[in-house]
Design a protein around this ligand. Structure first.
Ligand code: ZN
Length: 62
């Protein structure tokens, strides 16, 4: 069995208020679906989230 801990976060764009769920360890830039504001910036294995975190969703298996 594969024990992979994946963390997802629900974030809210500070500019337009759009909510979207992103992977907590995103290795690529993530932009807001609506307004295109850069909300996630990858930095050394961890994603730097530049938006308001509404909820952290933990998953044991995907
Ligand atoms: Zn936005």
């Amino acid at each position: 069995m594969d024990k992979s801990k994946s963390k997802f976060v629900k974030i809210k764009c500070s500019k337009c208020g759009n909510e979207q769920v992103i992977f907590g360890k995103a290795s690529t830039k993530v932009k807001c679906d609506k307004c295109g504001k850069l909300i996630v910036k990858p930095s050394g294995g961890n994603a730097k989230i530049r938006a308001k975190v509404e909820e952290v969703i933990k998953r044991q298996n995907v």
